[in-house]
Ligand binder design. Structure first.
Ligand code: SF4
Length: 171
């Protein structure tokens, strides 16, 4: 049986970004597909935010809190909607071997998402998106990557080797 890899759906060419665009990653879509079963996941559309939708960003709230707020409409708060969807994903992700996220996304970014202060100032650029943060905490064995970590042939081959070794280790 092939390894099972969840992938941010926009990386597979699905038009699910806020503006209806995608960010296809040719190696994931055309090469990795031959070695693994790919499962597209788009937190924002699956949570019901729609396409097109207002762009959102992560904003610090209080001392440790983070909310997903409209990047233009600061009165828009979709935090509860995203978390409501996330709480239903445990069974779906059980049995995956790896997950590849879209970098810098407020939902999917893996240590690459900007975090803003309440007045719009950028506080840091290495935060996790809300879905990626949840995956990281709930599935510590999962191999987690993003598109930036798969830009050249050496990174791609290393990922495939890790995927195969994980498959043999836990099955
Ligand atoms: S980055 Fe994540 S939430 Fe945004 S469009 Fe891609 S899959 Fe959907």
């Amino acid at each position: 049986m092939k390894p099972r890899v969840g992938v941010s759906a926009c990386l597979l060419g699905q038009p699910v970004r806020y503006d209806g665009a995608s960010r296809p990653h040719a190696w994931i879509r055309d090469v990795l597909r031959r070695h693994a079963e790919l499962l597209p996941i788009c937190p924002e559309t699956e949570a019901g935010l729609g396409v097109p939708r207002p762009p959102v960003q992560l904003v610090r709230q209080g001392r440790d809190g983070v909310v997903m707020r409209g990047a233009r409409d600061h009165g828009l708060d979709v935090t509860a909607q995203l978390h409501g969807w996330i709480e239903q994903q445990k069974d779906r992700l059980t049995g995956l071997d790896a997950l590849i996220f879209k970098s810098r996304s407020p939902s999917c970014g893996l240590g690459s998402t900007p975090l803003y202060g309440p007045d719009g100032e950028e506080l840091q650029d290495d935060h996790d998106g809300v879905f990626a943060a949840w995956v990281r905490s709930r599935f510590p064995r999962l191999l987690l990557y993003d598109d930036v970590m798969l830009e050249d042939i050496h990174q791609q081959e290393a990922f495939l080797s890790l995927l195969i070794s994980i498959r043999h280790q836990y099955r």
